[in-house]
Design a protein around this ligand. Structure first.
Ligand code: ATP
Ligand code: MG
Length: 769
């Protein structure tokens, strides 16, 4: 028997071996929370306190779930395949598949990813003649998802004005449409499961009795519905239910904008009368300077639960800070530094480049591409999100559930088969008249449109019939051919990549079938009842028969259904798979929970990081600071920070101040790499590499060399570049450049929403801020 416990410090050991009671592990980044959670599962099983089937563990991403399963199988001699370890979405999908009837869903319900959800909302607005300028589809989507995350159905939302009443009405229309099509969005997966279990007592009791140990990672980012879901599962307030073991870090709560509620940590502590609260303060990830930077930064937040981090690792290298004249130069610097890291033996995949906004990646990607450095973008278009792959998936979806209108519309005329917009409009009218799906409305169509549409449904039914007895990979192969998709892309001049992606799907299906435990030859369409008999248990609770969603996916759905939900869930996950050895590019949000030897944090400019939207919201800057804390604490050995004076973003050049976060970092942990620049020569973007050199560490507040030169010269009447000013008409602004001297002195000032202005300083009335 492996000794699972020998690599733990005393606090970690205490946490892993707590008695089976509710517990909260509150600890900073890199202190081993995830390790403790995984080890606790292994220890509980190894000591016979719970069977693998009695554990429910929730992770934040599919990738994290996979890693946890892999870790467990190295720690224990058990098959982890059927274990209930996954994301909220993944676990809910599994429950709903098993109990689809009780949840009032069709057996073959499909999952809408956010792209599909948005296009359904657009269709809905159009069909109901609603002005999409007054009701922007994204805002409608946000309204719906937000309410679902709060556990509210349309009928439960209180509307205070006409606008809100309309939104509520749209919410209802949207839900009706989803029900008609047999599709569910991500938030619905949770809400539907929650409703199912709260209404169905025997089912609820069954799962409450079954899951003796419920463990949740990244608890600080649960939203209200997820917390309610956990409460239900843990049998809070009922005689049943197991122990809830939550690990989290309030300082890393970064999803408030998506409804996460860090207050859940306090709520959990009081509502569950948590006796076991353990803090872990030893950090095993980062060197001293990096940790000092993280600790000092986060100390600027109020309302913290309070904890600190220490390390035995020694100071290590100071954090290197670079001020670039432009975003292009920032990218060049990253490449130079990355090259020297690699020359020193660093692995490319141990170099992460983090940014606050996705839009920043373009310049960096371009520079990496030009330099011939392999890189991987997390959260970019993933395999299952690519257009050609989504087309192929749509054909498969129609075979599984022809009433999925999104899938229907995506491919009814793709590849082109002469079905025009007018025919589709007529079909949509018919569907509205007969209150049915587009597919079901086809027989009501007449004339040429009718026959082309009928040919399409015949195609779908034909393939379905032809593949009746075939396994999933063959079904995929035949679908790619019969749909005409392969041919279509093969005829395209630059379609080779797309053809390759489509062919990849056959391999993806093969791999999926074997990983999920379907027999290699299992017919793709075979319904779950047939296989359920072979695997899932039927249990009786209070005289009611319950099919227990115990075993792998194979027992609750057909290979095709399972593959399709896998595709939707993967498309929604923001993380990437491991791949070749490449630099890792990602937003700070998607870096949560990960670690790298070397980390670059880019774009540390006011308005970008902290993001400008944060100043408008209460607590906004604190959330940005937590995000910065997450970014810093991803690094093990080396940390780099960069900011630019000018940046092209959304087609506009912005002039920037460095981020306020620099003033919150310990100077002795920073090493400024500063430019020897000429006065007034800031905004040229040409390469001046030779002019850039390492300077000894200088105080952060003073690092603007050019500004200091300006000040000393006294040429501009005491005004300084970087200074904040107010103007009667343009409001607050920042001086970004100064020209001339004496009576001719002019300042270039960035007035935010009023844009950039050049003002004559002898005339303009400016106030210092
Ligand atoms: P985050 O808040 O970023 O999610 P975390 O608290 O979950 O971090 P882990 O990822 O579990 O931290 O651990 C951080 C690193 O420290 C990992 O590489 C882990 O293997 C290592 N580690 C944790 N505990 C120990 C220990 N007792 N001895 C040696 N290494 C450890
Ligand atoms: Mg973790």
């Amino acid at each position: 028997m492996q000794n699972l416990l020998h690599n733990l410090n005393p606090e970690q050991l205490a946490a892993v071996t707590l008695p089976p009671q509710n517990a909260l592990i509150l600890a900073g980044a890199g202190s081993g929370k995830t390790r403790v959670l995984t080890t606790r599962i292994a220890w509980l099983i190894q000591t016979g306190q719970v069977s693998p089937a009695g554990v429910l563990a929730v992770t934040f991403t599919n990738k994290a779930a996979k890693e946890m399963l892999t870790r467990l199988s190295t720690m224990l001699p058990i098959n982890t395949r059927g274990m209930w370890i996954g994301t909220f979405h993944g676990l809910c999908n599994r429950l709903l598949r098993t109990h689809y009837k009780d949840a009032a869903l069709p057996q073959t319900f499909q999952i809408l990813d956010s792209q599909d959800q948005l296009s359904m909302i657009k269709r809905l607005l159009k069909a109901n003649n609603i002005d999409d300028e007054k009701f922007p589809p994204k805002q409608v989507m946000y309204f719906i998802n937000n309410n679902k995350d709060q556990g509210l159905r349309a009928s439960q939302v209180e509307a205070y004005d006409a606008l809100e009443r309309k939104l509520v009405e749209l919410y209802q229309l949207y839900d009706d449409q989803c029900q008609r099509e047999g599709v569910v969005d991500f938030a619905e997966l949770l809400l539907r499961t929650y409703e199912l279990l709260s209404r169905n007592e025997p089912l609820r009791q069954h799962y409450q009795q079954r899951f003796r140990h419920i463990l949740v990672d990244e608890f600080q980012d649960t939203n209200n519905l997820q917390y309610a879901w956990l409460k239900l599962m843990a049998g809070h307030g009922s005689p049943y239910g197991g122990a809830l073991f939550a690990v989290g870090d309030d300082d890393q709560s970064i999803y408030a904008f998506r409804g996460a509620n860090v207050g859940n940590m306090q709520a959990f502590e009081s509502e569950f009368r948590v006796q076991n609260l353990i803090k872990l303060e030893q950090n095993y990830r980062s060197h001293g300077h990096i940790l000092d930077a993280a600790n000092m930064l986060i100390a600027n937040n109020s309302r913290r639960l309070g904890k600190n981090l220490r390390t035995d690792a020694g100071h290590g290298e100071p954090v290197r800070v670079y001020e670039a004249s432009s975003d292009l130069q920032e990218a060049q610097w990253i490449i130079e530094e990355a090259k020297s890291l690699i020359a020193e033996g660093a692995l490319r995949r141990e170099i992460a480049i983090l940014y606050r906004s996705n839009a920043q990646s373009r310049v960096i990607e371009h520079a990496l591409f030009s330099a011939g450095m392999p890189y991987h973008v997390y959260g970019g278009l993933r395999y299952f999100q690519r257009a050609e792959v989504k087309h192929a998936i749509a054909y498969l979806q129609l075979m599984d559930n022809p009433h999925n209108d999104s899938a229907f519309l995506r491919v009814v005329n793709f590849p082109a088969r002469g079905i025009g917009a007018r025919s589709i409009e007529q079909l949509q009218n018919a569907a509205a008249t007969y209150n049915c799906s587009l597919y079901a409305a086809v027989p009501y169509m007449v004339g040429k449109a009718g026959s082309s549409l009928a040919a399409f449904t015949k195609l779908i039914e034909g393939v379905r019939f032809e593949t009746q007895q075939l396994a999933l990979p063959e079904l995929v192969k035949i679908t790619l051919d019969s749909s005409g998709l392969l041919q279509h892309y093969a005829n395209e001049k630059e379609g080779a990549d797309r053809v390759e992606n489509l062919e990849q799907m056959v391999s993806a299906a093969t791999q999926f079938v074997s990983e999920e435990g379907f027999g290699q030859g299992a017919p793709a369409h075979l319904g779950p009842q047939a296989s359920a008999a072979a695997g899932a248990q039927v249990v009786v609770a209070d005289g009611v028969e319950i099919i227990d969603a115990d075993a792998p996916l194979a027992t609750v759905m057909s290979p095709l259904s399972a593959f399709l939900s896998h595709a939707s869930l993967e498309a929604g996950d923001n993380q990437a798979q491991e791949g070749q050895d490449a630099l890792q590019l990602m937003t700070v949000h998607s870096a949560k929970g990960l670690e790298f030897d070397n980390v670059f944090i880019t774009g540390l400019e006011e308005g970008l990081f902290p993001h400008e939207s944060s100043s408008k919201e209460e607590g906004g800057v604190e959330e940005e600071r937590r995000l910065m804390y997450v970014a810093i604490t991803r690094a093990r050995k080396r940390l780099y920070m960069a900011f630019c004076q000018t940046r092209m973003l959304h087609g506009q050049t912005r002039y920037n101040m460095k981020s306020r976060f620099f003033d919150e970092l310990p100077e002795e942990s920073l090493k400024w790499l500063t430019a020897r620049v000429q006065q007034n020569n800031w905004f040229s973007t040409g390469s001046r590499k030779s002019a850039w050199d390492e300077m000894p560490s200088v105080p952060s507040a003073d690092n603007r060399l050019a500004a200091r030169m300006n000040e000393r010269s006294g040429a501009s009447g005491g005004w300084r570049i970087g200074e904040s000013v107010a103007h009667a008409k343009f409001g607050e602004g920042v001086i970004v450049n100064l020209e001339g001297s004496g009576a001719n002195c002019r300042a270039q000032i960035n007035f935010g929403s009023f844009g950039m202005k050049v003002l004559d300083l002898s005339v303009a009335k400016l106030e210092r801020l």
